[in-house]
Design a protein around this ligand. Structure first.
Ligand code: NAD
Length: 316
């Protein structure tokens, strides 16, 4: 059965927002795509450039405007607006400025798209997701962040490369903050059906403790490295966000480590962070009861505390 025509509005037409729009067009994620940015020249130029490629992608329309009206009737609003990390800066350092932008913008967005699911990408994404949830008054299912979907795909790529297997056959998650306190869930990671701690396949190596340390360091430092080199990360977050949007609009019940409000998850609550969750047309559904070893649980609690402290410092 064909999906009903759907509309995605993307707020912020910077490196991330414009690349999400591009990925959505190429993958045919939605029938209508709207780009909204306060910088009129930028959003109009991005829309023009994207529209010039419409001939080569699945049928869609794309509109860009500095007027929030362009977001009217959106099924999902993706928020990427705000400051980005400068070289060496942490995501948490963006909290105050970006929370203020969200506080101002969310009521305006809901006035034109009252039924929308809000998908946060702006950093620090866990903090901004919590702030948006509180400011909007929406149910938890309708407000969530891209979280560690990107970090987990970096993780899977690095594991796959070491083991010389397809990245699609690696199932491994980064959980917690999308940021410095995030944690790798090694104990539940598999390639094919084989737990990674038991992986020993001739010609495809095994992961030593040193390999694991290096892989996780590379995941954690990936954004710093990319920002140092080119000023922003955009392609992988564009594809990751398009994938989350597909899970929503195509009602896929896909398991993704998005950032959502937890309620007594292994004893953690009243904070937004990433654990694998089911994502469908209602938004973010249940968090999976993944098994955690002691170190992972301690890491997740520490990450929750880091995010909670940042939320409290903003007066929430
Ligand atoms: P950018 O500076 O290129 O773009 C930000 C855009 O937001 C600008 O075009 C600006 O005009 C616009 N903007 C600012 N205030 C606005 C408002 N009130 N309404 C509408 N538009 C507004 O930055 P970027 O590289 O696109 O990054 C955007 C955000 O995404 C940053 O916070 C960055 O840290 C974050 N990010 C998150 C992830 C993730 O995995 N969650 C990955 C990469 C980047």
């Amino acid at each position: 059965m064909p999906d009903k025509p759907s509309k995605v509005a993307i707020v912020g037409a910077g490196s991330v927002g414009a690349t999400i729009a591009y990925a959505c067009l190429v993958r045919g994620v939605a029938k209508d795509i709207a780009l909204f940015d306060t910088n009129a020249a930028k959003v109009e130029a991005e829309a023009l450039d994207l529209n010039h490629g419409l001939q080569f992608v699945p049928m869609a329309t794309l509109e860009g405007s500095p007027d929030v009206e362009v977001c009217r009737g959106a099924d999902v609003v993706v928020i990427t607006a705000g400051a980005k990390q400068k070289p060496g800066q942490t995501r948490m350092e963006l909290a105050g400025a970006n929370a203020a932008i969200c506080r101002d913008m969310v009521p305006k967005l809901l006035a034109v798209a009252p039924e929308a699911i809000l998908l946060l990408v702006t950093n620090p994404v866990d903090v901004i997701t919590y702030v948006t949830l509180k400011v909007s008054g929406l149910p938890r299912a309708r407000v969530f962040g891209s979280g560690t979907v990107l970090d987990s795909s970096r993780f899977r790529y690095l594991i796959a490369r070491r083991l010389r297997v397809a990245v699609q056959n690696v199932h491994a998650y980064i959980a917690g903050e999308h940021g410095d306190s995030e944690i790798p869930l090694w104990s539940s990671a598999t390639a094919g059906n084989v737990p990674l701690h038991a992986w020993a396949v001739q010609g495809h190596g095994k992961l030593t403790v040193r390999d694991r340390t290096e892989i996780f360091q590379d995941v954690k430092n990936a954004a710093y490295q990319i920002i140092q080199g080119k000023g922003a990360t955009n392609y992988a977050i564009g594809l990751a966000t398009a994938r989350i949007l597909e899970a929503i609009l195509h009602d896929e019940n896909r398991i993704l480590p998005v950032s959502s409000l937890l309620d007594d998850y292994h004893g953690i609550g009243d904070v937004c962070l990433s654990v694998p969750c089911i994502v469908n047309r209602t938004g973010v559904d249940a968090a999976l009861p993944i098994p955690l070893n002691e170190a992972e649980l301690a890491g997740l609690r520490n990450s929750a505390e880091t995010i909670r402290n940042a939320i409290r410092s903003l007066g929430f």
